[in-house]
Ligand binder design. Sequence first.
Ligand code: H2B
Length: 98
Amino acid sequence: MSRLLTDEEIGRQLGELPGWTRQGGEISASYQAPDFPTAVRLVDEVALEAEDMDHHPDIDIRWRTVKFVLSTHSEGGLTQLDVELAHRVTQAAARLKA
Ligand code: H2B
């Protein structure tokens, strides 16, 4: 179980997550892959990370742009799990050059 983060904790941790922005109780980032198969691969890699964490993003894929929206539904806002998953998404995108 992960508790809701304070505004200060969120602001500080977002400073280490370039490309991620906050919308209330969610954070999101969009990545542009070089092509559609790479966009799908990014989603596939994030799916494995999400299963590993038992923490799952909302995902919107349009051609080669993939948007991830993170929130902890059980807590109704942002927890450390969202920050951890955002780092894993960022690393997967970097690996795939998205
Ligand atoms: N993902 C997200 N983003 N929020 C949750 O509250 C959540 C989840 N709950 N993945 C998990 C699964 C929960 O349903 C299981 C039983 O741990």
